[in-house]
Design a protein around this ligand. Structure first.
Ligand code: HEC
Length: 197
Protein backbone atom coordinates (compact mmCIF):
# COMPACT_ATOMS: atom_id res chain seq x y z
CA UNK A 1 0.00 0.00 0.00
CA UNK A 2 2.78 2.34 1.03
CA UNK A 3 4.67 1.64 -2.16
CA UNK A 4 1.55 2.17 -4.30
CA UNK A 5 1.15 5.60 -2.72
CA UNK A 6 4.78 6.53 -3.39
CA UNK A 7 4.47 5.30 -6.97
CA UNK A 8 1.30 7.30 -7.70
CA UNK A 9 2.72 10.42 -6.08
CA UNK A 10 5.81 10.22 -8.22
CA UNK A 11 3.73 9.74 -11.41
CA UNK A 12 1.56 12.76 -10.51
CA UNK A 13 4.71 14.69 -9.63
CA UNK A 14 6.37 14.04 -12.95
CA UNK A 15 3.19 14.97 -14.87
CA UNK A 16 3.09 18.32 -13.05
CA UNK A 17 6.84 18.81 -13.61
CA UNK A 18 6.47 18.13 -17.33
CA UNK A 19 3.81 20.87 -17.60
CA UNK A 20 6.44 23.27 -16.40
CA UNK A 21 8.44 22.98 -19.59
CA UNK A 22 7.91 26.06 -21.70
CA UNK A 23 7.87 24.77 -25.29
CA UNK A 24 7.23 28.23 -26.78
CA UNK A 25 10.48 29.56 -25.50
CA UNK A 26 13.16 27.19 -26.77
CA UNK A 27 15.99 28.05 -26.29
CA UNK A 28 15.26 28.77 -22.67
CA UNK A 29 18.58 30.27 -21.62
CA UNK A 30 17.08 33.43 -20.04
CA UNK A 31 14.56 31.74 -17.83
CA UNK A 32 15.18 28.03 -17.75
CA UNK A 33 13.00 27.23 -14.68
CA UNK A 34 13.26 23.60 -13.77
CA UNK A 35 13.71 21.47 -16.83
CA UNK A 36 14.21 17.74 -16.73
CA UNK A 37 17.21 16.64 -18.81
CA UNK A 38 17.48 19.85 -20.90
CA UNK A 39 19.98 18.33 -23.30
CA UNK A 40 17.21 16.04 -24.52
CA UNK A 41 15.11 19.05 -25.59
CA UNK A 42 17.87 21.22 -26.96
CA UNK A 43 20.54 18.80 -28.05
CA UNK A 44 23.89 19.89 -29.36
CA UNK A 45 23.74 19.52 -33.13
CA UNK A 46 26.75 18.65 -35.24
CA UNK A 47 25.72 19.41 -38.79
CA UNK A 48 27.87 17.38 -41.20
CA UNK A 49 27.56 19.80 -44.11
CA UNK A 50 27.61 23.18 -42.38
CA UNK A 51 30.88 23.40 -40.56
CA UNK A 52 31.11 26.62 -38.56
CA UNK A 53 34.55 26.63 -36.99
CA UNK A 54 34.99 30.28 -35.99
CA UNK A 55 33.85 30.16 -32.39
CA UNK A 56 34.73 33.81 -31.73
CA UNK A 57 32.64 35.18 -34.61
CA UNK A 58 29.75 32.71 -34.34
CA UNK A 59 29.55 31.48 -30.75
CA UNK A 60 25.94 30.28 -31.19
CA UNK A 61 26.45 28.43 -34.48
CA UNK A 62 29.87 26.98 -33.68
CA UNK A 63 29.43 23.27 -34.29
CA UNK A 64 32.79 21.63 -34.80
CA UNK A 65 32.98 18.14 -33.43
CA UNK A 66 35.83 18.16 -30.88
CA UNK A 67 36.61 14.42 -31.06
CA UNK A 68 37.10 13.78 -34.76
CA UNK A 69 40.11 15.89 -35.76
CA UNK A 70 37.70 18.81 -35.97
CA UNK A 71 35.71 17.22 -38.81
CA UNK A 72 31.97 16.68 -38.58
CA UNK A 73 31.99 14.13 -41.36
CA UNK A 74 34.78 11.62 -41.79
CA UNK A 75 36.56 11.52 -45.11
CA UNK A 76 36.64 8.04 -46.68
CA UNK A 77 40.04 6.33 -46.86
CA UNK A 78 41.83 7.32 -50.12
CA UNK A 79 40.94 4.87 -52.89
CA UNK A 80 37.60 3.94 -51.30
CA UNK A 81 35.08 2.58 -53.78
CA UNK A 82 31.48 2.94 -52.80
CA UNK A 83 29.47 -0.22 -52.32
CA UNK A 84 27.83 -1.53 -55.48
CA UNK A 85 29.94 0.73 -57.71
CA UNK A 86 32.16 -0.84 -60.39
CA UNK A 87 34.85 1.53 -61.65
CA UNK A 88 35.35 1.77 -65.41
CA UNK A 89 38.78 3.16 -66.20
CA UNK A 90 38.66 3.21 -70.01
CA UNK A 91 38.71 6.88 -70.99
CA UNK A 92 36.03 8.45 -73.18
CA UNK A 93 38.21 8.81 -76.28
CA UNK A 94 39.20 5.09 -76.30
CA UNK A 95 36.00 3.95 -77.99
CA UNK A 96 37.82 1.83 -80.57
CA UNK A 97 39.82 0.08 -77.86
CA UNK A 98 36.62 -0.55 -75.87
CA UNK A 99 34.95 -1.98 -78.98
CA UNK A 100 37.72 -4.56 -79.31
CA UNK A 101 38.57 -5.31 -75.69
CA UNK A 102 35.81 -4.54 -73.19
CA UNK A 103 33.83 -7.71 -72.50
CA UNK A 104 30.63 -8.24 -70.57
CA UNK A 105 31.01 -9.73 -67.08
CA UNK A 106 27.41 -10.97 -67.39
CA UNK A 107 26.28 -14.05 -69.29
CA UNK A 108 23.60 -13.51 -71.92
CA UNK A 109 20.64 -15.25 -70.31
CA UNK A 110 16.89 -14.85 -70.88
CA UNK A 111 16.64 -13.16 -67.49
CA UNK A 112 19.41 -10.64 -68.27
CA UNK A 113 17.87 -9.80 -71.66
CA UNK A 114 14.42 -9.36 -70.10
CA UNK A 115 15.88 -6.96 -67.52
CA UNK A 116 17.84 -5.22 -70.28
CA UNK A 117 14.60 -4.58 -72.17
CA UNK A 118 12.97 -2.93 -69.13
CA UNK A 119 16.05 -0.72 -68.65
CA UNK A 120 16.28 0.13 -72.37
CA UNK A 121 12.64 1.28 -72.39
CA UNK A 122 13.28 3.34 -69.27
CA UNK A 123 16.56 5.02 -70.26
CA UNK A 124 16.93 4.91 -74.05
CA UNK A 125 13.60 4.48 -75.85
CA UNK A 126 12.48 8.10 -75.52
CA UNK A 127 15.36 9.01 -77.85
CA UNK A 128 16.24 5.84 -79.78
CA UNK A 129 12.66 4.56 -80.01
CA UNK A 130 11.20 1.27 -78.75
CA UNK A 131 12.55 -0.57 -81.79
CA UNK A 132 15.88 1.32 -81.79
CA UNK A 133 15.44 3.20 -85.04
CA UNK A 134 16.17 6.63 -83.59
CA UNK A 135 12.51 7.67 -83.72
CA UNK A 136 11.57 8.13 -80.03
CA UNK A 137 9.46 11.17 -79.01
CA UNK A 138 12.61 13.24 -78.31
CA UNK A 139 13.67 12.86 -81.97
CA UNK A 140 11.22 15.63 -82.92
CA UNK A 141 13.35 18.04 -80.82
CA UNK A 142 16.88 16.58 -80.99
CA UNK A 143 18.33 15.92 -84.41
CA UNK A 144 20.82 13.17 -85.24
CA UNK A 145 19.73 10.42 -82.84
CA UNK A 146 21.47 7.25 -84.01
CA UNK A 147 19.51 4.43 -85.58
CA UNK A 148 20.73 1.47 -83.52
CA UNK A 149 19.69 -0.88 -86.33
CA UNK A 150 21.94 0.75 -88.92
CA UNK A 151 24.34 -1.63 -90.66
CA UNK A 152 27.40 0.12 -89.16
CA UNK A 153 26.08 -0.12 -85.58
CA UNK A 154 25.21 -3.78 -86.10
CA UNK A 155 28.96 -4.35 -86.50
CA UNK A 156 29.99 -2.86 -83.13
CA UNK A 157 30.35 -5.00 -79.99
CA UNK A 158 28.46 -4.91 -76.71
CA UNK A 159 31.63 -3.33 -75.25
CA UNK A 160 31.20 -0.42 -77.69
CA UNK A 161 27.56 0.07 -76.65
CA UNK A 162 28.56 -0.14 -72.97
CA UNK A 163 31.27 2.47 -73.54
CA UNK A 164 28.84 4.85 -75.29
CA UNK A 165 26.23 4.45 -72.53
CA UNK A 166 28.89 5.08 -69.88
CA UNK A 167 30.65 8.11 -71.43
CA UNK A 168 28.21 9.36 -74.07
CA UNK A 169 29.27 10.23 -77.60
CA UNK A 170 28.88 13.39 -79.66
CA UNK A 171 25.38 14.74 -78.96
CA UNK A 172 24.47 11.88 -76.64
CA UNK A 173 25.27 12.68 -73.00
CA UNK A 174 26.84 10.18 -70.63
CA UNK A 175 24.62 7.85 -68.59
CA UNK A 176 27.39 6.38 -66.39
CA UNK A 177 26.36 8.39 -63.36
CA UNK A 178 22.67 7.46 -63.65
CA UNK A 179 22.74 3.77 -64.54
CA UNK A 180 24.90 1.39 -62.52
CA UNK A 181 27.47 -0.77 -64.28
CA UNK A 182 25.60 -4.10 -64.31
CA UNK A 183 22.46 -2.38 -65.62
CA UNK A 184 24.48 -0.74 -68.43
CA UNK A 185 25.69 -4.20 -69.43
CA UNK A 186 22.14 -5.55 -69.41
CA UNK A 187 21.12 -2.75 -71.79
CA UNK A 188 24.14 -3.32 -74.05
CA UNK A 189 23.42 -7.07 -74.23
CA UNK A 190 19.75 -6.37 -74.97
CA UNK A 191 20.70 -3.96 -77.79
CA UNK A 192 23.11 -6.47 -79.38
CA UNK A 193 21.13 -9.69 -78.87
CA UNK A 194 17.49 -8.65 -79.19
CA UNK A 195 17.04 -5.13 -80.59
CA UNK A 196 19.46 -5.49 -83.49
CA UNK A 197 18.30 -8.99 -84.50
C1 HEC B 1 18.72 12.36 -75.08
C2 HEC B 1 18.62 11.38 -76.14
C3 HEC B 1 19.40 10.09 -76.00
C4 HEC B 1 19.30 9.16 -75.02
C5 HEC B 1 18.45 9.18 -73.75
C6 HEC B 1 20.17 8.08 -75.39
N1 HEC B 1 20.81 8.37 -76.55
FE1 HEC B 1 22.09 7.17 -77.57
N2 HEC B 1 22.40 8.63 -78.94
C7 HEC B 1 21.76 9.86 -78.94
C8 HEC B 1 22.32 10.66 -80.02
C9 HEC B 1 21.90 12.07 -80.39
C10 HEC B 1 23.30 9.86 -80.64
C11 HEC B 1 24.23 10.26 -81.79
C12 HEC B 1 25.53 10.72 -81.14
C13 HEC B 1 26.51 11.34 -82.11
O1 HEC B 1 27.22 10.59 -82.77
O2 HEC B 1 26.54 12.57 -82.17
C14 HEC B 1 23.32 8.60 -79.94
C15 HEC B 1 24.16 7.55 -80.27
C16 HEC B 1 24.09 6.28 -79.69
C17 HEC B 1 24.84 5.12 -80.14
C18 HEC B 1 25.77 5.06 -81.33
C19 HEC B 1 27.18 5.39 -80.93
C20 HEC B 1 28.15 5.34 -82.10
O3 HEC B 1 29.16 4.69 -81.97
O4 HEC B 1 27.86 5.99 -83.14
C21 HEC B 1 24.50 4.09 -79.31
C22 HEC B 1 25.03 2.65 -79.38
C23 HEC B 1 23.56 4.60 -78.35
N3 HEC B 1 23.33 5.94 -78.61
C24 HEC B 1 22.99 3.86 -77.36
C25 HEC B 1 22.15 4.39 -76.37
C26 HEC B 1 21.61 3.61 -75.29
C27 HEC B 1 21.83 2.12 -75.09
C28 HEC B 1 20.88 4.47 -74.53
C29 HEC B 1 20.19 4.18 -73.22
C30 HEC B 1 21.05 3.93 -72.11
C31 HEC B 1 20.96 5.78 -75.15
N4 HEC B 1 21.73 5.68 -76.26
C32 HEC B 1 20.31 6.90 -74.68
C33 HEC B 1 20.77 10.27 -78.09
C34 HEC B 1 20.37 9.61 -76.96
Amino acid sequence: MKYNLIASLSVIGSVIMSCNHNFDRIPVHENPRSEYAPNMYVSEAYEPFTLVDDSAAYPEEYNVMPYNNGMNMRMPVPGTIKRGYTPYSVSKDSLEWANANVKSPLDTTEQILAEGEVLYVRFCAHCHGETGEGDGPVSTKLAGIANLKSSSLKLVTAGHVYHVITHGKGRMLQHGSQIESSDRWKIALYVKNVLQK
